[in-house]
Ligand binder design. Structure first.
Ligand code: HEC
Length: 472
């Protein structure tokens, strides 16, 4: 009898110990997660700059062993940092436990998309313009009735009269769909009616290179025409020297815009090697400027530098995924993914150096310091930086007539913060910021449509929203 009670007591104590141990374990895991992982995988683990950790999809192995290895050693070529020097093995296990528990809890899913949003100036109607897309990346408009949407895995989709066509455009270029790479931006030529050109940016891989090694890749630009739903007349208008291609799979940029003089600007991210952003013999970590046919403008800033890549327009840009031309001044504005706490809004000027990685307001994503410097002579300051980082993505000056009070204000999308901000800029200073869309999904692109509606591309679920002012 007594021994039974004793046994019971032991069991009870062990259970109590286990329960409390596991509990603090998970709490600690949650705190460690927020500190180290949330900025990329999202505060709610649903993703942001990196993949969701609770959607049941484990690209790099679902078992604990794989999770542990991926966290401890990182996935360098995709931008998943190594935590070997930052976290103890026990701490990694605590985070894993927290991930596993959160994975179980989902089920109670996201609320449906709001039908109406309130802003200072307008009540805004929200409609679903297109849905069921797979990682939509960019939208542009051929005319008032036809929109093109890129899906990162490598499809170009057409929306005609508000209806998403089931058949993607045939024969578009083959893209490397891995990590952050794939089919990226689409842009319609400003003189589309005369020439029919459409521009695509995508990750291009050199398949023939070195067996046993991951083949190197870089951002490439191509233009073509769409006839009978088929990509034709294609011309490659930018391809970096093959020796500069990188085996990493992140930080490709890339947005495309045209200025009033007809120049084409595009971006390439640092491809994970930050020092390259300072090196004009490398295409990565830069803004580039070319003519629409791919030739190099004679007025480009590094045209006389023998070793330079002649398309380079500015240096020191980490990973720009938002670009817009001011409708009145023709200035080039960009949003740039910084490291942790260092997302930037920049006004890009010819030949200038925007400082990455010599100066930054951010930290490495694993919390370690990149540099103590935020200023240095000869290096440009951002117009604005966001701390914490919102994961800025997608940018447009509102140029329509529907939201009259928003004319020429800047729309700034963000992945991690799931938002669109409206920035009021005067004399190159941000006077006011208002969040006009929040919590509807991760924003990949934002664009004024030909009819003055605002289109918001949500990464996941793959949906495009159409915003119009409520009139009564
Ligand atoms: C700098 C951004 C960044 C941070 C910080 C970060 N990760 Fe990642 N992580 C990534 C990227 C990028 C990938 C690759 C998948 C993708 O493209 O999103 C990844 C992949 C993973 C994977 C593999 C996912 C799969 O599908 O198999 C796990 C697990 C993971 N991360 C856990 C963590 C944990 C835990 C932390 C914090 C200790 C963390 N990550 C911090 C960027 C990050």
């Amino acid at each position: 009898m007594t021994s039974k009670i004793r046994k019971f007591n032991y069991l009870f104590l062990i259970t109590l110990f286990l329960v409390s141990f596991l509990k603090t374990n998970a709490q600690n895991g949650a705190a460690l997660y927020q500190q180290n992982c949330a900025q990329c995988h999202g505060a709610d683990l649903k993703g942001g700059n990196a993949t969701s950790l609770i959607d049941g999809i484990w690209q790099f192995g679902a078992e604990d062993g794989y999770l542990f290895r991926n966290i401890k050693f990182g996935i360098a070529h995709l931008g998943m940092p190594s935590y070997e020097k930052v976290l103890e093995d026990t701490e990694i296990r605590e985070i894993m436990k927290y991930i596993r528990e959160s994975e179980k809890k989902v089920g109670a899913e996201k609320p449906p998309i709001a039908k109406m949003l309130e802003t200072l100036d307008y009540d805004v109607n929200v409609e679903i313009f297109a849905e069921g897309l797979e990682v939509p990346w960019a939208i542009d408009f051929i005319d008032a009735t036809t929109a093109l949407i890129t899906e990162r895995p490598g499809r170009l989709r057409v929306v005609t009269n508000g209806k998403l066509q089931t058949e993607p455009v045939k024969n578009i270029p083959k893209v490397l769909n891995e990590g952050q790479g794939g089919l990226l931006d689409v842009a319609i030529d400003p003189d589309y009616y005369e020439n029919g050109w459409i521009y695509l940016a995508y990750s291009h891989v050199l398949e023939h290179i070195i067996e046993g090694k991951r083949p190197p890749a870089m951002t490439r630009l191509e233009r073509g025409k769409i006839k009978n739903n088929t990509w034709t007349d294609s011309e490659i208008i930018f391809e970096a020297p093959h020796e500069t291609y990188r085996t990493t799979r992140h930080h490709y940029g890339c947005r495309i815009v045209f200025d009033p003089a007809g120049y084409l600007y595009f971006t390439i991210g640092d491809r994970g090697t930050s020092e390259h952003a300072q090196d004009f013999t490398r295409p990565n970590g830069k803004v580039h400027r070319i003519n629409k046919d791919g030739s190099i403008p004679e007025t480009n800033p590094f045209i006389d530098e023998e070793a330079a890549i002649k398309s380079i327009f500015s240096l020191g840009n980490r990973n720009i995924q938002g670009m817009a031309i001011h409708p009145k001044t023709g200035q080039l504005w960009v949003t740039e993914h910084g490291p942790m706490g260092g997302d930037e809004l920049n006004l890009i000027k010819a030949g200038k150096n925007y400082g990455w990685p010599v100066i930054t307001y951010g930290l490495n994503y694993n919390g370690t310091v990149i540099t103590d410097l935020t200023h240095k002579p000869g290096l440009e300051q951002p117009i604005l930086y966001w701390k914490p980082s919102t994961a800025v993505c997608g940018l447009d000056y509102y140029s329509g007539d529907l939201f009259k009070k928003w004319k020429n204000k800047l729309l700034v999308g963000a992945l991690k913060y799931e938002e669109v901000r409206l920035l009021d800029i005067e004399n190159n200073r941000v006077m006011h910021q208002e969040i006009i869309v929040k919590g509807q999904g991760r924003v990949r692109d934002v664009s004024t449509g030909p009819n003055g509606a605002i289109y918001v591309v949500l990464n996941k679920p793959g949906t495009v929203l159409r915003l119009t002012p409520k009139t009564d």
